[in-house]
Design a protein around this ligand. Sequence first.
Ligand SMILES: Nc1ncnc2c1ncn2[C@@H]1O[C@H](COP(=O)(O)OP(=O)(O)OP(=O)(O)O)[C@@H](O)[C@H]1O
Length: 496
Amino acid sequence: MSSEHADTNSVRIAVVSSDPAFRRMINDQLSAALEERMHQSCDFQIFDGKAPASFLMEPTCALMTFEEDSELKMLSRLASRHPNMLLLALSGNGSVSRAVAAMQAGAHDFIARPVSAESLSDRLTDLIAHHRPAPHAEQHIVTKANARHEVYPANATAPDTNTNNELLRDFEGFIGKSPAMQGVYDQINRIASSKAPVFITGESGTGKEVCAQALHARSNRSNGPFIAINCSAIPAELMESELFGHMRGAFTGATEDRKGAAELADGGTMFLDEIGEMPVDLQAKLLRLIQTGSSRRVGGTKEVSLDIRFVAATNRDPQEEVRAGRFREDLFYRMHVLPIHLPPLRERTGDIMPLAQSFLIQYAREENKNFSLFSVEAESMLQAYRWPGNIRQLQNTIRRLTVMYDGSVAEAEHLPDLLHSDEGYESELNQAISNLREIGTVMAGNIAPFWQQERDIIEGALGHFDGNISRAAAALEISPSTIYRKRMSWAHKEAV
Ligand SMILES: Nc1ncnc2c1ncn2[C@@H]1O[C@H](COP(=O)(O)OP(=O)(O)OP(=O)(O)O)[C@@H](O)[C@H]1O
């Protein structure tokens, strides 16, 4: 495994497998065999079943087990997102059709399992030595160097050349330079080297997993393992053995001794995603691990001392979960030492376009499309929308657009109906009105009709932006069509 002193030339290898025995083989045998064979240190990152949303630093190679047809999608996503990464698929079903399916999904090689650490390390050494990354030949990626020579259609805005290449991230996998995110990066920098637990909160899709990986990458244990456990994805009855491992015979089906996530994370970081979903009795055992730094396998008697940095995340209100008895109070206070909150996208609207632009370029490349820009109208709509599903929703919106349509400019009509509707705007207005009522500031006769006040606000914004409807709409976080519609209704009101 990666030593604490691994040099910067280490070979980065990602492992994605829901099979604990395979993960254990990698940890216990492959890493040493490979380092010996390659005469180079190797950094392993191990993921339990679900391929990560993104890597902080692209691995040279990824090993992925796939036993179900449904996993092919994940394989093909990994392959298309990381065209330069060597991708090795392994399956217990060594049939020709399985191998063909893997290669068609983008794997560079296919290996039937079981496979010994020695043959796997021989094969890997050979593949890595001969792997030539695909050149980044797609010309629709505008780089800083050639951006000045691009000609943009009249109704489109030139992309920010600092953000339109998905390889350009602002901070360890994050895109976004808003003051709110600068604050997050600053916090990550300040706390990364501490061993104290970190507790990340934030709505779904705000980047909590990206944040956990950034903390690991900036820590002095970045050469150690990063083990991610999604507590909502593991059945309750398997969770204890997933976390702590088990001894042979500990329960039906435990046919051999097995390390759990805790032992695998020794020397590195353990990310407990959706920690509030962990069964309460297991939370007590996790607390003990955090407090004592020692762990015992299910059915075992021996305690092992471990050196782990814990990072937990939840998209719920943890204090509310404590009140409801779903989250142990003692565990909450033990984990809640260094809190980080990821702000929702609607509170950092300045990040919307850099993110959208980067996703557009990335997905256009994956889908073999030419999209490279947004029209001014599309941009206004993206900026005006409130993105309740945050960055994940923005990502999905842009992916859908690149799959469904063609062209080089992403237009307003390529965006889903949701973004065209005024629903969000209307409900906010209603909320504002009821707030006003509540604080008793509405005094009949002493205040102008609502439509006139609304007109003053909108006309004020238009004046500020020299009559530019798109920019005024974006600033007011409403769609341009709302402004057109309101203007018609005021004309009508004034005429009567
Ligand atoms: N600032 C960002 N820049 C680029 N991509 C981001 C950013 N934030 C999030 N993402 C991407 O958005 C998607 C969702 O992020 P992530 O899984 O980290 O969110 P999450 O908060 O952990 O969500 P959940 O609570 O639903 O698990 C991922 O594909 C991630 O790579």
